[in-house]
Structures are given as structure tokens and as C-alpha cells.
Design a protein around this ligand. Structure first.
Ligand SMILES: NC(=O)C1=CN([C@@H]2O[C@H](COP(=O)(O)OP(=O)(O)OC[C@H]3O[C@@H](n4cnc5c(N)ncnc54)[C@H](OP(=O)(O)O)[C@@H]3O)[C@@H](O)[C@H]2O)C=CC1
Ligand SMILES: O=C(CO)COP(=O)(O)O
Length: 346
């Protein structure tokens, strides 16, 4: 195709595969890097990624590979779809293959334990000289490959990168908006996973629609409050990468975080729920990190605290719900009201 962009996706899991398919359907050759030679070989022969998308026939422009060097060196645009837990190690091992000014976009929605770093920060540290962006939004992989009309946000300080990503990914079913608030867009994607777990729990317990609405709305207030305390722009949380992603992950059983919450709500232990899922649910780890950070920064996060008590301290769901409904700190104030003469806060 004229104007085809050479692309690479690192990570042959659920989202990496979905994004590779979108790129290929748009006419861009894409190397899909995965660590398993067996998996790459099977995809090459069957055109199917059996473990993650057994019903999806991959476009002929998707080339599965385990050759990390070749995949990176030949790409103009590299997308990274790896769990946050392994992100830095994989990138560090591959660092020698990247070149100056190459465009690298994180698709990962998680936080690194050491130093509470987001993936774009990891990329900047490990790959100095490259241009970095993050893509985030309400993008369930399973819906994207079904061509459900979807939108996402490319956030980067680099205008050329934003435009290139819009060009590479945009099509009749996928619309890519641009944003300059890299930190807010990325933090939104990571934080909403926690509340998807809460939402799954609530659904498993048969809680009502009033409850669900309350939970989602208060989740938005809580994640925005945290983000503002970390220096993000609260307006970003009213967009696709904030409330947009929160709504979809809190509402869909396609969300792995929701499914973990649902399983725990039905009586599984956290370990059982995560093992049964067999894919990454970033919210479980993010919860621990945000819980710790909220204490450090003294940010009021009752839902994070409640979920932490349930998942990590063995508290009963009934007790936690009771405590939340009887909470006194800030409980009767919907928004933290500004003092006279100050701007508004959330
Ligand atoms: N799925 C979705 O709908 C969306 C996911 N995301 C985000 O994308 C990121 C990746 O998620 P997703 O693809 O869904 O996760 P999956 O669990 O589906 O896949 C994870 C992928 O990472 C690979 N991997 C794990 N550990 C390593 C390692 N040490 N070295 C190399 N590869 C490794 C896995 O390989 P193997 O199969 O060999 O274990 C697999 O290919 C997450 O941060 C998620 O939040 C963002 C938007 C949507
Ligand atoms: O981020 C997602 C949708 O935007 C996917 O959520 P899960 O990781 O919970 O499946």
C-alpha cells in the first residue's frame, strides 16, 4: 500500500494481537513480537493466536516473530503491549535495537512498583533519544477486533508522533484523538482498572443500578482526586482515557479486571481468580501501589482502601460496604469544596 508504515508490536497477548490486526487491516505491515517460538510458529501456520483470540483469523500483513532485533530495527513505529510487571526488563534487554528519534508508543495500563513510574517514564529512561507516546482509552481488545466503533487517545508531546499514530490506527471503526497530557492519559488508564475490580465485585453480589451508578461516579471523583495530587490535569479525566475507560471496564465482562472482581464476589480467593483468568489484570497490582501512595500523600480514597481490605486483608464485603456507608471523613461532601478565593477541586 502507498503510505504504508512499517510497524512492530511487542507482546503477542490479547491487546498486542488486537492492535496488530488493526494496523494490518489498515494496510501497514506489522511484526508481532512474542517470546514463545512455539506460539509464533503456530500463528504463522494457522493465522490464529489460539491462546488469546481463538476465533480471529489474522490478516496476512501480521508477521509473528521472536526476533526482537529485526522487529524493532525495521519499524518506524513500535507499540508496546506488555504487562507493566515485565515492561522495563523487556525494553531494557531490547534497548540496543532502538535508534534515535524512533517512535515508541506504550499501550500498557499499569504502574511500576519502584518509584511509582508510568510506562512512558520507563521508556524515556530506558530509551533516551526515542520519541515517546501513550495510547489509552475505552478499548476492549475483544470489541476492537469485532470492528465495534471505538475511540482512543494518543498522548505525546511530539506532534509528528501523534499524527503518525492517528494515521496508522485510524479507520472507519477506530477514531484516535490527540492529547498533550501524557501523564493524565496514562494514569487514567492505570487507575480505572482498580474500580473495574470493585464493579465486578458489586455485580457478583447482585447490587442494584443505583449502587453501580454511585460506584462509578465516586470512582471517577476518587481517581481524579488522586491524579490531581500527582500533578495530572483533571480535565483529562472527563475524557476517553478517564471516564470513558472507567465506564467500559466497569460495565463489561470482557474486562479482565472486572472478571477478577466478579470471581472474588462469587467466593474465589484473589489467587484463584487471577489464576483462572490466565491473562493480566493490572488492577490487582495497581491497587497495592495506589493504596500505599494514597497513604503517603494523604489522599482520601475510600474505595481503594475498601477494596484493599477485601483483597489483601480478608475483610468481608458486607463489613466494608457498611463502613463505606457510615464513613465520616469527607462523606457528606460530594466535591472537596474550594476555600474562598481558591479554584475548585474535585
Ligand atoms: N486486553 C485489552 O483489552 C487491553 C489491554 N491493555 C493493556 O495492555 C497490556 C497488555 O495486556 P494484554 O495484552 O491484554 O495482556 P495478556 O495477558 O493478554 O498478554 C500479555 C502478553 O505479554 C507477554 N509477556 C508476559 N510476560 C512476558 C515477558 N517476561 N517477556 C515477554 N513477554 C511477556 C505474554 O506472553 P505469553 O503469552 O508468552 O505469556 C503475552 O503475550 C496491559 O497493561 C493491559 O492493561 C490496554 C487496553 C486494552
Ligand atoms: O483497558 C481495557 C479496556 O480499555 C481492558 O481492560 P481489562 O484489562 O480489564 O480487560
Amino acid at each position: 500500500m502507498e503510505n504504508a508504515i512499517q510497524t512492530t508490536v511487542l507482546g503477542g497477548g490479547s491487546f498486542g494481537t488486537a492492535m496488530a490486526q488493526v494496523l494490518a487491516e489498515n494496510g501497514h505491515p506489522v511484526r508481532l513480537w512474542m517470546r514463545s517460538a512455539e506460539q509464533a510458529e503456530a500463528i504463522r501456520h494457522t493465522r490464529i493466536n489460539h491462546q488469546y483470540f481463538p476465533e480471529l483469523e489474522l490478516d496476512s500483513l501480521v508477521e509473528p516473530t521472536t526476533d526482537m532485533g529485526g522487529a524493532i530495527e525495521q519499524a518506524e513505529l513500535v507499540f508496546v503491549a506488555l504487562p507493566s510487571k515485565v515492561f522495563r526488563d523487556v525494553i531494557r534487554n531490547a534497548a540496543g535495537h532502538f535508534r534515535d528519534q524512533q517512535m515508541v508508543v506504550s499501550l500498557t495500563k499499569g504502574i511500576e512498583r519502584d518509584g511509582f513510574r508510568l510506562m512512558s517514564q520507563v521508556l524515556k529512561e530506558e530509551l533516551p533519544g526515542t520519541r515517546v507516546g501513550v495510547l489509552s482509552g475505552p478499548n476492549l481488545a475483544g470489541e476492537l477486533v469485532q470492528h465495534e466503533i471505538t475511540a482512543s487517545v494518543i498522548a505525546s508531546e511530539d506532534r509528528e508522533l501523534r499524527e503518525r499514530v492517528q494515521q496508522a490506527l485510524g479507520n472507519a471503526y477506530f477514531r484516535i484523538y490527540a492529547n498533550l497530557d501524557v501523564y493524565g492519559v496514562e494514569l487514567g488508564g492505570a487507575l480505572k482498572n482498580i474500580y473495574a475490580v470493585v464493579s465486578g465485585l458489586a455485580d457478583a453480589r447482585g447490587m442494584g443500578e443505583n449502587t453501580k451508578s454511585m460506584l462509578i461516579t465516586r470512582s471517577l471523583a476518587e481517581m481524579s482526586r488522586f491524579a490531581v495530587s500527582m500533578g495530572a490535569n483533571p480535565m483529562t479525566f472527563l475524557g476517553l482515557a478517564g471516564v470513558g475507560d472507567l465506564i467500559v471496564t466497569c460495565s463489561s465482562s470482557l474486562s479482565r479486571n472486572y472478571r477478577v472482581g466478579y470471581a472474588v464476589g462469587q467466593g474465589s480467593t484473589l489467587d484463584e481468580a487471577v489464576t483462572e483468568l490466565g491473562q493480566v489484570a493490572e488492577g490487582v497490582r495497581t491497587l497495592e501501589l495506589v493504596h500505599e501512595k494514597a497513604i503517603e500523600l494523604d489522599v482520601y480514597m475510600p474505595l481503594v482502601r475498601g477494596l484493599y481490605q477485601i483483597l489483601y486483608r480478608g475483610a468481608s464485603i458486607t463489613d466494608v460496604v457498611g463502613a463505606l456507608m457510615n464513613a465520616t471523613q469527607n462523606s457528606d461532601v460530594e466535591f472537596i469544596l474550594p476555600r474562598q478565593g481558591e479554584g475548585s477541586a474535585i
